[in-house]
Design a protein around this ligand. Structure first.
Ligand code: HEC
Length: 119
């Protein structure tokens, strides 16, 4: 039956496509996670430049006592791991009380600040 034949070929072709896609996913996934990390960092930096730089410098030792500690100083404090930083972004923070970030932005900001930790 030619009909059955065609189905068989189509089925095998579909199987081939699935395997191809699975293979591609295996290759692409690690690459994508590398880029995702770079994106997180760049995005986190963009957000803090926009919303936080009025009070926080990113790196270095801030000498002006009227300003907030730098993110590098904060990240280097004891216990400021990714979890702490991410949690901190969920609570209001005096003297700045009204910033609102999306959850994915908070993830990126926490990752960025954490990456400034001095080893
Ligand atoms: C109006 C000023 C101001 C702005 C704007 C501001 N902060 Fe702060 N922030 C402070 C001050 C002051 C402190 C110091 C409190 C301290 O020493 O822990 C602080 C502390 C922090 C800490 C340290 C908390 C800890 O427990 O170590 C983090 C993290 C932080 N800010 C993140 C941010 C982020 C992210 C933004 C931008 C979305 C931001 N801040 C914007 C004033 C500000």
């Amino acid at each position: 039956m030619p009909g059955a034949m065609r189905l068989g070929v189509a089925g095998r072709f579909r199987e081939f496509l699935v395997m191809l896609l699975a293979g591609a996913a295996l290759v692409i996934a690690p690459l994508a996670s590398g880029t995702a990390q770079a994106d997180e960092f760049a995005n986190g930096r963009r957000i803090v430049e926009h919303w936080c730089s009025q009070c926080h410098a990113q790196t270095g030792a801030e000498t002006n006592p009227d300003r907030a500690p730098t993110f590098e100083q904060i990240a280097s404090r004891d216990g400021r791991d990714l979890r702490y930083l991410r949690g901190f972004l969920n609570i209001d923070h005096f003297p700045m009380t009204t910033y609102r970030l999306f959850d994915h932005e908070k993830d990126d900001v926490a990752a960025f600040i954490h990456s400034l930790r001095r080893r």
